[in-house]
Design a protein around this ligand. Structure first.
Ligand code: NAP
Length: 245
């Protein structure tokens, strides 16, 4: 059991929730960040505590730099300095490029990309001082191969790779690693609203023959923040059942 402090952004639902529960089961003291789904976040806290884990709620809009600064100060005071940061919060605002509004672009870049910059910036100094740190950011296969209707999302998810690789170069000599995970299609609220014919079309492209589960992604996140992954840096690990190989 590690006893380290982990902050998972967007941990009230979906992939972030699975990552928070998994890390808590390994002994991390987990800060459960969320934006507005208070009841869902409390459920995650309850699930962790009832299994003997340690966690705290950490409400903040991670697209807002002032709230991120305050979030890290609060987590550091309540649990200790963040040693494992999982930047997972994300949204979609899909539209064809010709119809995409400025707001759809800005919201997706703010929540999926700028948030990673704000959180990593807040985390990096104590990590470098401690000569240990793990940063994992949730990219997407959309960021690797593009996706019609997702120019904003794909740009944000590709941008994440640039941030992680730069952190890997800046902080690699201080025991800090920065990596990204690129999930394929994972069954969460984010994908639940896709029409059935689109879902079936996606399934046909997945050699594994099934959609991904949040736990499939949590397994990889738990590995990347562990001591076992200390020599993996600046990488993107695709977890998509073989969809984009
Ligand atoms: P989800 O079920 O929709 O959950 C999104 C989470 O992000 C929620 O906890 C939400 O908090 C939080 N969030 C959204 N905006 C936020 C903000 N401004 N500040 C703080 N938290 C915020 O999404 P998911 O499917 O689990 O996706 C998680 C990550 O994986 C995202 O980055 C997504 O892009 C990426 N991803 C997902 C898939 C997939 O197939 N599902 C595939 C590739 C990549 P509230 O509950 O408070 O709203």
């Amino acid at each position: 059991m590690t006893g380290r402090v982990a902050l998972v952004t967007g941990a009230s639902r979906g992939i972030g929730r699975a990552v928070a529960v998994r890390l808590a089961s390994e002994g991390y003291r987990v800060a459960i960040n969320y934006q507005s789904a208070e009841a869902a976040a409390e459920e995650v806290l309850e699930e962790i505590r009832s299994s003997g884990g340690a966690a705290a709620l950490a409400k903040a809009d991670v697209s807002d730099p002032a709230q991120v600064k305050e979030l890290f100060a609060r987590v550091s005071k309540e649990l200790g300095p963040v040693e494992a940061l999982v930047c997972n919060a994300g949204i979609t605002r899909d539209n064809l490029l010709m119809r995409m509004s400025d707001a759809e672009w800005d919201e997706v870049i703010g929540t999926n990309l700028s948030s990673v910059f704000f959180c990593a910036r807040a985390a990096i100094r104590p990590m470098m001082k401690a000569r240990f740190g793990r940063i994992v950011a949730m990219s997407s296969v959309s960021g690797l191969v593009g996706n019609a209707g997702q120019a904003n999302y794909a740009a944000a998810k590709a941008g994440i790779l640039g941030i992680m690789k730069s952190i890997a170069r800046e902080a690699g000599s201080r025991g800090v690693t920065a990596n990204a995970i690129a999930p394929g299609y994972v069954e969460t609220d984010m994908t639940a609203s896709l029409p059935e014919d689109i879902r079936t079309g996606i399934l046909a492209q997945i050699p594994a023959g099934r959609y991904g589960l949040p736990e499939d992604i949590a397994n990889v996140a738990a590995f990347l923040v562990s001591d076992s992954a200390s020599y993996i840096n600046g990488q993107v690990i695709t977890v998509d059942g073989g969809m984009t190989m």
